[in-house]
Design a protein around this ligand. Structure first.
Ligand code: SAM
Length: 221
C-alpha cells in the first residue's frame, strides 16, 4: 500500500500530453542519427532477452516503438509470424530520413545502398508483409482481446496520457500465456526533493513508482 503518493502522476490532459509529444518529436529529429534512446542499455538489462531465445510467437507487438525500436534486438532470437508496431508519432519516424539530407546520411545511403540508419523504415521495407504499423495511442489499441503473444513496452509509460488505461489495454490485448516485456524509469518521493526539475520536465508527464506498477500487475493475476 502506498502511504503518500504525492510523487505520482497517473494521468494528464490532452493539452499537456500534446506538449510532451511535441518535445518528443523534436528530440527524435535532433538525435535520430546519433542516439539509440537507451535501447542497447535495456538490451543488457534484460540479459540480452535470453528469456525469449528460440521461442515461437504468432503476434509480436511493440507499443510506443519510437524511431529505433527495441524489437530489433529481439527478432534475431525468436520465430514470429507477424509484427505490430505502434506509436502516435510513427508517420514522422518512418519518413524522417527520407526528407532529411546531410552528408553523413548520404554517405551511409551510398555505402549500404539504402537507408540503413532508419531501422523502422528498414524493418518495414524488408519485412513489409509481416509488419503492420499503427499510429494509435496505447490508451486505445486497435487490436483484439488476447491477440498478442509478446508485447514490448520500454521507456513509454512516462510519456503517455493515462497510465491506468494503458496498462488495461496492454493486458486486454495480451493473451493469458503471453509475455509482457516492461521497461520503465520510475519516480519516487526522493525525486521530489533531490530532483525537483524532473517534475517540470516537459517530455515526461507521467510519474509512476514500483508499487503502482506492482499493484496494476497484481490486479491482473
Ligand atoms: C522515449 S520514446 C521511447 C521509444 C522506444 N520505446 C524506445 O525505447 O526507443 C517514447 C515514445 O512513446 C511514444 N508515446 C507517447 N505517448 C504515447 C501513447 N499515449 N501511446 C503510445 N505511445 C506513446 C512517443 O511517441 C515516443 O515515441
Amino acid at each position: 500500500m502506498i502511504d503518500n503518493d504525492s510523487h505520482i502522476i497517473r494521468k494528464v490532459n490532452g493539452n499537456r500530453w500534446g506538449q510532451a509529444q511535441e518535445f518528443e518529436l523534436k528530440f527524435a529529429q535532433n538525435t535520430i542519427d546519433s542516439d539509440d534512446d537507451w535501447n542497447q542499455w535495456w538490451y543488457e538489462k534484460f540479459d540480452r532477452y535470453s528469456l525469449l531465445e528460440h521461442k515461437n510467437f504468432n503476434n509480436v507487438l511493440e507499443v510506443g516503438c519510437g524511431p529505433h525500436t527495441n524489437i530489433r534486438f529481439i527478432l534475431p532470437q525468436i520465430k514470429f509470424t507477424k509484427i505490430w508496431l505502434e506509436d502516435p508519432l510513427i508517420q514522422y519516424y518512418i519518413t524522417h530520413n527520407l526528407t532529411k539530407s546531410n552528408s553523413f546520411i548520404n554517405f551511409l545511403k551510398k555505402k549500404f545502398g539504402k537507408n540503413k540508419i532508419n531501422y523502422l523504415l528498414e524493418l518495414y521495407s524488408d519485412l513489409n508483409s509481416k509488419v503492420d504499423l499503427s499510429s494509435s495511442k496505447l490508451e486505445d489499441l486497435p487490436y483484439k482481446d488476447n491477440q498478442m503473444d509478446l508485447i514490448i513496452c520500454i521507456n513509454v509509460l512516462d510519456h503517455v496520457n493515462d497510465y491506468d488505461r494503458c496498462m488495461q489495454e496492454l493486458y486486454r490485448v495480451l493473451n493469458d500465456a503471453g509475455i509482457l516485456i516492461l521497461g520503465q524509469d520510475l519516480s519516487n518521493q526522493d525525486d521530489m526533493i533531490n530532483c525537483p526539475e524532473s517534475y517540470s520536465d516537459i517530455g515526461h508527464p507521467i510519474k509512476v513508482d514500483l508499487p503502482s506498477i506492482n499493484q496494476t500487475i497484481e490486479v491482473r493475476y
